[in-house]
Structures are given as structure tokens and as C-alpha cells.
Design a protein around this ligand. Sequence first.
Ligand code: ZN
Ligand code: ZN
Length: 369
Amino acid sequence: MGIDELYPPDRLIAAQRATAAAGLDALLLTPGSDLRYLTGYDAHAGERLTCLVLPAVGEPTLIVPKLERPAAEAAPTTGVRIVDHVDGTDPYPLVVAALDGPVTAVGLSNRMWAEQVLALRAALPGAALRLAAEVLRELRIRKSPAEVAALAEAGAAIDQVHLRMGEWLRPGRTEAEVATDIAAAIRAAGHVTVDFVIVAAGPNGASPHHGTSDRPIGVGEPVVVDIGGTMASGYRSDCTRTYVAGGPAPADFLEYYAVLHDAQRAAVAAVRPGVTGAAADAAAREPIAAAGYGPAFLHRTGHGIGLDGHEEPYLVAGNDRPLEAGMAFSIEPGIYLAGRHGARIEDIVVCTTDGVQRLNTTPTELIAL
Ligand code: ZN
Ligand code: ZN
């Protein structure tokens, strides 16, 4: 998979057209997924300004700190002029110069730092500040074949880590000890960063975003393991399996795990073009509610994934946008019983022209170690 396939230079042209169509004069993108999506540049986010100035019409300019110029030049920023600034100088006039004329509305990276937003507001008095997502959402929400391949590579890498869980997850070890081993394996499997490691045993499993703790894992306790990282491509993995170690799981747990397993499979099977995000959410939620666990499924069914770990589309009540081929997202229902235990099953899937492709392919049954 060539970098030109993953980050094609004509994306800048598509983004410029969309910027004009949205009634914006330019996009101003600081380090993050939008900048990387358009240029391939995995820029360092720091107090020194890095900003892609992408006018609706005209030449794009990447403003960078002088000490990061070599990194910017090494990135596949084809067709982008690079302008640098040195410490002790004000970089914001460079943004104004790169805009090459007065502007009435610009789109800023959604996750730009507030200090940069305020400096741009001061540098561009009278310009309306809007969100770049108005333009980039539609470009990023459908993945190209190269992006799907990158997500599949990430999915295969995190699957390898789950398949090794028996090496580390044992009663008597703490969640944190197990997580340290998992983190090393996430890197060994090909990720360049470890984004999160949740090891949630027993009652901790009832907290969906529990991280880890120094509590030892008990015999027969259900353990929710939700892990993910970022590959060199920039694309991310995210996969949850639930385990039980050293002995049989409690009977009440086994009862609802079977419900959860059916619900997760039903939601995956429901994915195809035209089905809304809300309907995919309902496909997971209805069997769980019918079994009496509705309130225990306390989050949405899924989130998009790509250069960000969470991005559009979201599978959630109220999202009436139909799914389309190329959209990639998680299917991750959970059941959480406070004070007792919890379970979640998560796969990343891609909506295809006629159905769905799972990018995580390990078994979703409860895994006894
Ligand atoms: Zn996850
Ligand atoms: Zn997730």
C-alpha cells in the first residue's frame, strides 16, 4: 500500500472545491487528523504554530516552526508550499499573508487549541470562524479502498494481541500488570502507539471506561479487555473481548453474555447501505432490552474510526443518516451491572456495497483462559 494511495495528493483539490461550496474562504488546520488526512503529515502538536492554510482558490501553504521544517518536507505534502517561522517571531501574520486577501469566513480544525483559535480571531478580525468538519466530514466519512486496507491491517494487528491473552491474563495478577504486557504486545504487533488499554475485572467491568487498577484479578471473574493503537499508516485499531480466567464464570454473567453475544452479531448482520446509524443501534439494543437488560447497556452501539479513534458516523439513537459503502465503525454493545461485573464485545466493521466486512475476526464467544 503506497503512501500516495493512502494520502492521494488530489485530496487537497477536493477539499478546496468543498471549501468553496460551503461558502468558506479557507480552511486553517493545525496538527491532527484533518491535517494528516489532507497532506499525510503527522505533525507535532505543540505551542509553536503549525498550520495548513488551504484557500478555496489558490496555493496551499503549510506554516511550520523552522525546527520542524525537515519533518514537514519529509511528509508527502505534495503541492504544498512550506513557510517557516523562528522562535521569538509572531507566526500569525504568515497565516494572513498566506490567505492572500480579505476573508469573510474560515473553517478551523475541530480540535484546534483555544490559544490558537483566539490568536486567529485576533489576526482575522471580522472573519466568521466555523468548523472545518463542515467541509471535511463528507470527505472523511467514506473510506477509500486504501484506507479500508489500512484499517484492516490495524484490525489484524490488534486481533493478534487478543489471541495471545492467555499468556498474560491470570487470576492473582493485577489489571495493571496484565495491561503492561498487553501494551508491549500492541507495539510488537505493529502499532506505533498504544492508544488505550482497558483491563476491567469483576466489578470494574461494570465501568465501560475503566482503565486499569492494582486490584488482582479473581478466579472466575469476567474481564473486559478493550485495546487499541495507531499504525504507522495513521489508522487505528479498537477491539474488545471479554474473558474469564482460572474457573467458571458466575451463572448470572453467563446468562447475559449469551444475550450480548446475540445482540452484537445481530447488529453486525444488520449493517448494509441504507440502514441508518439509529437502526444499527436499535439492532443491538432491542434484544438486550427484550431480555431485561436495557438500562444496563448505557452507551451508544458504535463510533466511526479512521485517523481518529472516534469519528463519524456514530451508531446512536437519533442518527438518521443512512450508512454507505466505505463507512467504517465499531459495533460494541455492552451490559454493565454495577457492583457485580460487565461485558462488551467490539468489532470494527466496514459497510460494503451489499453488506458488511468485519475487520476483527477472532471469535466473539466468552473466552475461557
Ligand atoms: Zn474499544
Ligand atoms: Zn470503540
